[in-house]
Every structure is written in C-alpha cells, then in structure tokens.
Design a protein around this ligand. Structure first.
Ligand SMILES: Nc1ncnc2c1ncn2[C@@H]1O[C@H](COP(=O)(O)OP(=O)(O)OP(=O)(O)O)[C@@H](O)[C@H]1O
Ligand SMILES: [Mg+2]
Length: 384
C-alpha cells in the first residue's frame, strides 16, 4: 500500500503549439484513498493516469509512489495494476489463466497462483466461471475478470481508466458499488478515471476535477458540490447542472428581472470590495422552491422522473432555469410559476471576470461529518 504524489507533473506533446495535456499537476493521494479524476473529454485524465503508470513520459515535475520517485522507473517496476476500459483479456486463456497470468510471469508457483486466483474469484463472484474463455462471458463478468487480474497482483496502487464504460446503465450502477466496496475492503490506494460526474461523486473519497490539463479543485464530493471553487466546477458537478447566469448587483442582492434575489451580507460586501457591478450567480435546481412569489419562470418543459420532476423554463430576460420539485406537477408549456431560493445561503456567487467563487458564498458545508470518509488524513489534506 502506498501514497501517491504528483509534484507539478506535466505532459507536453510536441507540436505547434505544443499540447500541455497535463499541466503542472500537484496532488497528494493518501494511502488507502479512492481518488477519482474527472473532467470532460480531452481534459487530460487518461494522460495523468498513464503518467502514473509509466506509460507516458513526465516532461516536467515528478511522480512518487510510496515515497519513491518513480518518474523514470519503467511500468513493471512501479508496483501498480491497471484496469482499462477495454479490459484487454487474453481470448485464448480461461478466466483463471487470465487472472493468474501476471503471477505466472513472475514465476510464482502453481499452487500459490491457484490459491490467489480462487480468493479473488470469491471476492468477485467469479468462482463458477474460472474455466470459461472470455468470449463466453457477459460484459459485466469480463469487467470483473479484469478487476480480478489486478487484484491477484496485490499491487500498492490500482489504476482504473473508465472501467465501467462498456456496461449498460443498470450494471454500471451495480458494478460501481461493488468496486467501491471492494476497494474499501482491500484498502488499496486507487486512482480512478471517469468523465461521469455521478460516478465520481458516488465512488471517490475525494474527486479531482480537470479541465484542459489543469486541476480545478480536489475535494470531498460534498465540498465540491457545496463549495465549487469556480464556475467550471459549479457547472460540471451536479445533474441537472447548476443554474448559472450573469446578473447585476442590486441593493441587498442580485437583480433578476423585477426581483431582487437576496445575497448573504458577507457575499455582498465581498463583491463590493472587489469592485464588482455584476456577478455570475448560481443556484442548484433543488434549491429553487416553487411558491406564490419570487422569480417568474415560464415553463418550457417538465421532465417527470417518478420520484421528482424537473421543470425547465426561462426567467424574465430569457435566463434558462431548471427547478427540481418532488411534487407531481401538472404544468403546461407557457405557464408561469414563481420560485424563491431556499433559505440558508444556497446561492453560489462567482467573480464574472475570473470565474472564481467569492469565498464567502456557497452552501454551508457539513464539514464536521466529512472525517467519516474513513481514510486517515483525507480530512486534513482537503484543508490545504
Ligand atoms: N499522442 C498525443 N499527441 C498529441 N496530443 C495528444 C496525444 N494524446 C493525447 N493528446 C491530447 O492530450 C489531451 C488529453 O488527452 P487525454 O486522453 O488525457 O484526455 P481524457 O481526459 O482522458 O479524455 P477522454 O474522456 O476523451 O478519454 C487531449 O487534448 C488530446 O488530444
Ligand atoms: Mg481518457
């Protein structure tokens, strides 16, 4: 088991201009942590993971595993195991042979290999399939074989690059819970890449958000959600996305049509001291409450999801707004409803020039409860 450190690590692809696929990435991943790298396509997630695996050069900075500088160490000497999106199983080998192959290469004796494979198969519910070839398995079973192959090696770090993307929606949800549970049981430091923010939020002890190769924020899922560091993170984490709009400051809040949406006093004074005339204002769909007063929202579409509904509409100046409600609303297109922001500082305010969150804004995070991420050191790390 080991801690992983990215120390201002960059990967620059030659070209004109050169592509900084990963740009001065600094991250401390503590021993036993499940860290998720998330970001849109092309943000540098796979590159960052491959740098850790040794499959990609590190052009600037360093990478450490368990305190050892591995920047120039070949992949096979890094004590890591990687699970790819494609699984890359050997088609001519049985499940058991696939799982034991790395140990065989290492010269481990047959009985020991068999014991390790049996143990991993037990963890992954694969005992029945050990003699089958991959082509006789379902997608979910193949995925588990790929996991098994990583587990038997007992590496100090697991690396996973979108390991669930070949599975259908239902199996993805099941498998993501299984992987999280397995990781907790084994306690192996894990770096997991996904572009799916729901996967990131549900699986990670902490989530690192990348955009254009640059780390935007690394925090617990709750802190990312409650106090996104900038407009990008605010819009990326959460589904449906946070409502974000540019609004002028008014006495006591921001002006949305005829309505003044109140802002907490500290946020108002922070905006004032930064000399702002307008701000990027954000409110999550679940923090807009339907009522008899407040912002007029003209309904464009209602999505009913069973337990709750999403009202998609627009404000007085065409601001696009989504409201989440648990009521079974019957609203026709063109109806106007009214919404207020839930009490308790559920507004997010950003500097429109830099995109950075005004420090005093954001929902009050239940920070006290976060130590329960059962990884020693995570809580203190997030305070950096
Ligand atoms: N061999 C290469 N030469 C030049 N540029 C590359 C090379 N490989 C990747 N890139 C660029 O580096 C950036 C990061 O790519 P990367 O594969 O890490 O993204 P990603 O976040 O994993 O995306 P996805 O979600 O689509 O898998 C992209 O802009 C990509 O075009
Ligand atoms: Mg990728």
């Amino acid at each position: 088991m080991a801690e992983v450190v990215y120390d201002e690590a960059s990967r620059v692809y030659p070209g004109n201009p050169p592509v900084r696929a990963v740009d001065k990435l600094s991250l401390n991943i503590v021993d036993g942590e499940f860290l998720v790298l998330v970001g849109p396509s092309g943000s540098g997630k796979s590159t960052a993971l491959r740098m850790l695996a040794g499959l990609e050069d590190v052009n600037e900075g360093r990478i450490l595993i368990g305190g050892r500088d591995v920047t120039n160490v070949p992949p096979k000497n890094r004590d890591i195991a990687m699970v790819f999106q494609s699984y890359a199983l050997y088609p001519h080998m049985t499940v058991a042979e696939n799982m034991g192959f790395a140990l065989k290469l290492r010269g481990v004796n047959k009985s020991e290999i068999a014991a390790k494979v049996k143990e991993a198969a037990g963890l992954l519910d694969l005992e029945k399939y050990l003699d089958r070839k991959p082509k006789a398995l379902s997608g979910g079973q193949r995925q588990r074989v790929a996991m098994g192959r990583a587990i038997v090696r007992e590496p100090s770090v697991f690396l996973m690059d979108e390991p669930l993307s070949n599975l259908d929606a239902k199996l993805r949800v099941e498998t993501r819970a299984n992987i999280a549970e397995l990781q907790a049981r084994l306690g192996t430091t894990t770096v997991y890449v996904t572009h799916d923010q729901v996967e990131a939020m549900t699986m990670g002890h902490r989530v690192a958000v990348l955009k254009d190769g640059i780390l935007q924020q690394c925090d617990t899922p709750r802190t990312l959600y409650d106090k996104p560091a900038n407009v990008f993170v605010a819009g990326f984490m959460g589904s449906p996305a946070m409502n974000l709009m540019q609004l002028p400051l008014a006495d006591g809040g921001v002006q949305l049509g005829e309505t003044v949406v109140p802002l907490p006093r500290d946020v108002q004074s922070e905006a004032g001291s930064e000399g702002l005339k307008e701000v990027t204002f954000g409110v999550r769909p679940e923090n807009l409450l339907l009522g008899s007063q407040g912002i007029p929202v003209t309904v464009d579409l209602v999505e009913e999801l069973g337990a709750d509904s999403f009202i998609h509409g627009h404000g007085p100046n065409g601001e696009r707004l989504v409201i989440r409600t648990d009521a079974r609303v019957q609203l026709t297109q063109g109806t106007t409803v009214r919404a207020t922001v839930q009490d308790g500082d559920h507004v997010h305010v950003f500097n429109p020039n830099t995109g950075e969150r005004l420090k005093s804004s954001g929902a009050v995070a239940a920070d006290a409860g976060l130590a329960a991420t059962d990884v020693a050191g995570v809580a203190s790390l997030t305070k950096e």
